[in-house]
Design a protein around this ligand. Structure first.
Ligand code: SAH
Length: 225
């Protein structure tokens, strides 16, 4: 049944190699990140109708009005996070689960929170299929972080809050790093890396990006758009 795992057509190993090569051209240096992109089947994270576009440098719709970020943004955020060698990472905005899969193949343990139950269920199935069992998912509001498992060496946020959520700063381990887009929805947002040194938070502004907004609360059932 799962012909895509056999490496056929648009979804072949060669297509993935090309995407990794493109990421390197765009400036991704971390070999582990490039290897993860090379080995993970991105097409299983989107609807079958979009599978042929899964290896393009583009963002793709994943349902419920949400999008899977373009590969470069995923690679860049991961690369910045890995600079502090995190072992345990919190992700906010599981979405399709692709970014989760990238992280899970690079660090010891990933905790990931998603506010839309439907998306979370789909992501769970995909991560299961890929046998990535170092991931724990939660349906909830990422603004609260995940205090039971804090502190985290790395926190990656895949949706843009209007300002940096305080709970996430508090759940950062000493020496840990938070990577997130900040800004109002609709407009351009700024990607930041915030590194904790004791009680000091060192903030660095990175690229301009476009993410879906980080919303409060949870959504339990379907919804078509
Ligand atoms: N990294 C994802 C990107 C998904 S888009 C991927 O690879 O597919 C961002 C996701 O953040 C959406 O699924 C959205 O529902 C989720 N999100 C938005 N606000 C949230 C919040 N407060 N808590 C948890 N998830 C949130």
């Amino acid at each position: 049944m799962r012909a895509e795992f056999l490496g056929i057509g648009m979804t072949s190993q060669r297509t993935r190699e090309r995407l990794a090569a493109r990421m390197a051209e765009l400036g991704i240096r971390n070999r582990q990140v490039l290897n993860a992109i090379r080995s993970l089947p991105r097409h299983i994270f989107v609807d079958e109708a979009l599978a042929s576009r899964a290896y393009e440098e583009t963002s793709l719709p994943i349902g419920n009005g949400q999008t899977l970020s373009q590969p470069f943004v995923v690679a860049r955020m991961t690369e910045i996070l890995l600079e502090v060698s995190p072992r345990r990472v919190l992700e906010v905005g599981t979405g399709s689960g692709y970014q989760t899969a990238v992280l899970a193949s690079l660090v010891e343990k990933v905790y990931s929170i998603e506010r839309i139950a439907t998306l979370q269920a789909l992501a769970r199935g995909r991560l299961w299929d890929l046998k990535l069992n170092n991931v724990t998912l939660k349906h909830g509001d990422g603004y609260a972080g995940w205090p039971e498992h804090a502190p985290f060496h790395g926190i990656l946020v895949a949706a843009a809050p209007p300002e940096v959520p305080q709970a996430l700063l508090q759940q950062l381990a000493d020496g840990g790093r938070l990577v997130l887009p900040v800004g109002v929805s609709g407009g351009q947002q700024q990607l930041y890396s915030i590194t904790r040194r004791g009680d000091t938070f060192i903030q660095q502004a990175l690229d301009k990006v476009t993410f879906v907004p980080m919303l409060g609360g949870t959504q339990s059932s379907g919804g078509f758009r």
